[in-house]
Design a protein around this ligand. Sequence first.
Ligand code: NAP
Ligand code: MG
Length: 500
Amino acid sequence: MTKLQFDTAEPVRITLPNGLTYEQPTGLFINNKFMKAQDGKTYPVEDPSTETTICEVSSATTEDVEYAIECADRAFHDTEWATQDPRERGRLLSKLADELESQIDLASSIEALDNGKTLALARGDVTIAINCLRDAAAYADKINGRTINTGDGYMNFTTLEPIGVCGQIIPWNFPIMMLTWKIAPALAMGNVCILKPAAVTPLNALYFASLCKKVGIPAGVVNIVPGPGRTVGAALTNDPRIRKLAFTGSTEVGKSVAVDSSESNLKKITLELGGKSAHLVFDDADIKKTLPNLVNGIFKNAGQICSSGSRIYVQEGIYDELLAAFKAYLETEIKVGNPFDKANFQGAITNRQQFDTIMNYIDIGKKEGAKILTGGEKVGDKGYFIRPTVFYDVKEDMRIVKEEIFGPVVTVAKFKTLEEGVEMANSSEFGLGSGIETESLSTGLKVAKMLKAGTVWINTYNDFDSRVPFGGVKQSGYGREMGEEVYHAYTEVKAVRIKL
Ligand code: NAP
Ligand code: MG
């Protein structure tokens, strides 16, 4: 066991903009204790709506991560966590779901403050997080191996076994939701976790840790280590005691995570990466129904969704009418501002760096000669707010059409035939989401078959349910989260063949 000295990190009392108050843990959560980092370092967590500091949080060192891995390794190998009746893990996950549900107002408010998303959207995220925990509770003892008939003389069966210590790295766009997408199935199948939240959005992960402790998740089973990706993330991807690594973030970092994970000890990996998803609107689409879908596609979460419908393709017969309706709808219905004000649909961009990236892409679009239908500028003097921005009549080789912007910026182009629309949609190295707007069941299903993407939404968009798997093809990554599929990403198959 490492001989390190750990000091307790005290929580801070926070009053949220809607008046709720709570104790925010500020330490690294390791072995069921909130502790200061080895070097005592903390960093400020910013409210992106006001550009003010919410509180300071400990920043893990490599030694802290190693200690977390040791604790997790012990919990996996030296306790009954992995080998007990899985129904017991289900019971704990169920208690965790109940606990989070009883605090849904608070957890949603923390999310809105830390991430900048609107309270209504944050509530939707926490609801999915709760459902994820409930699904995991139900699946814990229901996902099993199978028997295989190979004829007389043999009997064959498989068992599903936990993988072991899992490293999990998540981004800042869905801090609580993505945490449960990863932790819930891992625990259900008997694994233990060390999760690194994005440095800019650690608050709900630490609050969630306090709930894990409260409901009796054993020490070492869930560990949360905020800190920078290049040190904390790399310590996870490179450690040989970690056997499974789940990553969500950019394609660029995802590739380096795959290399590190493979070179260290050939970890099992799942990668949920970037996207540049196409949203196709056919001539027969109902414009009134389509507008909110386009908006959810690209302006939900201020466009900071990996599956955002950031390339809209409209069939020529409806193109002009749709553009005019889209402009009017955005300019009258979609308000941007304070996430705690119910009138607003779109909150703040989560951090300064992303805000600058998006504003730079808007500039690139203008320089490339794309026309602006609406938006194109920031909103207000304080906070990272950007007006919903639509570029139209774009060319396929423009950077704003090819590269992931990850913000409230969309391009619109015209297509003639179904085949041409599908070809434009598929002409991307990414393949995460995709959308189809049509009143024809036949067109919808035909196009769904032709699209190269992990998810196809028809007459809806960015519409998630914890029972439906999510993940990408091509350079959007591999593996699936949610659904029954995710449980298999957290198990090893053992085959037993018996000669009778
Ligand atoms: P990112 O840089 O890929 O970061 C994702 C996570 O990986 C963060 O926790 C980050 O830590 C960590 N990380 C960074 N470098 C690492 C390394 N060398 N080894 C291990 N972990 C490392 O993504 P981002 O900065 O959050 O966003 C940048 C772009 O990623 C966006 O513009 C978007 O294109 C894409 N993105 C995709 C998704 C998605 O859901 N698929 C979500 C968010 C972002 P830090 O705390 O230091 O950031
Ligand atoms: Mg980053």
